[in-house]
Design a protein around this ligand. Structure first.
Ligand code: ADP
Ligand code: MG
Ligand code: MG
Length: 251
């Protein structure tokens, strides 16, 4: 479903190569995790897939269901089914969370050729999904992420994901800064969305999230490349031994 080949990316502003040939295929129905030391390019990979400014693809390709992602505008990628839960969710002052969700959901439905949800159907859906994530009605009324705690922001990202039902969900360190209970809510939210037609790319610094979101495949990224791929055991190996052994092995 998501197919990345030999992806090379540099910063637009400076002559700095960050991704140096990433190869990765995420099949429908699978959860792939990416781990790796700080600065290895994990966030850059997710930004480039979502179409964020500031990066230049110098070689390689990225496709979703055979569609060239790199040629699309960010909103076209979202309509095609890419969703990125950010490491640092953005605040949008002046835009109510509920309005934001409704606009996003209806834009997504329109792009898929489906009818808009009625106000009452939308309300029913958002309340049901918010409840599962322990997001209260008051949080839905506030401006997007403004004054939300770290945990509330992350849960709100998962609510957006649950409402949009994307094909390919990318989570960039959605667990960072969460206490155990909030992390479990996030993991439960992700697990509820696991489906034969949907792929996940879960980027995490720590193994603990993967105790709750069991990955099918684990990749280690270092210095702009995927240097090792394995099963869930690979995450446990990192937890126990750090990255040192793996990096020494591949150098
Ligand atoms: P990770 O998410 O694995 O910690 P990042 O993708 O955030 O890694 O960063 C990879 C490297 O690229 C780091 O050395 C980082 O400093 C650099 N980098 C990424 N974005 C920028 C930017 N906008 N300006 C300067 N350096 C950047
Ligand atoms: Mg980082
Ligand atoms: Mg990062």
């Amino acid at each position: 479903m998501l197919e990345i080949k030999n992806l090379h990316v540099k910063l637009e502003e400076e002559d700095k190569q960050i991704l140096k040939g990433v190869d990765l295929t995420v099949e429908a129905g699978k959860v792939h995790a990416i781990m790796g030391p700080n600065g290895s390019g994990k966030s850059t990979l997710s930004y480039v897939l979502s179409g964020r400014d500031g990066y230049e693809v110098t070689d390689g390709a990225a496709e979703l269901d055979g569609q060239d992602l790199l040629e699309m505008e960010p909103e076209e990628r979202a309509a095609a089914g890419i969703f990125l839960a950010f490491q640092y969710p953005v605040e949008i002052p002046g835009v109510g969370n509920m309005t934001f969700l409704r606009t996003a959901v209806n834009a997504q439905r329109k792009a898929r050729g489906e009818e808009e949800l009625s106000a009452s159907d939308f309300l029913k859906l958002v309340r049901e999904k918010a409840k599962a994530l322990k997001i209260d009605a008051e949080m839905l009324k506030r401006p997007v992420n403004v004054g939300f705690s770290g945990g509330e922001k992350k849960r709100n990202e998962i609510l957006q994901m649950a409402m949009l039902e994307p094909k390919m969900c990318i989570l960039d360190e959605t667990d960072s800064g969460l206490d155990v209970d909030a992390m479990k809510l996030v993991a439960d939210g992700v697990n509820a969305l696991r489906d034969a037609g949907r792929g996940f790319l879960v980027i995490t610094h720590y193994q603990r999230l993967l105790d709750h979101i069991k990955p099918d495949v684990v990749h280690i990224m270092a210095d702009g490349r995927i240097v090792k791929t394995g099963g869930p055991d690979l995450a446990l190996e990192v937890e126990h031994n750090g990255y040192g052994d793996i990096l020494a092995e591949v150098q």
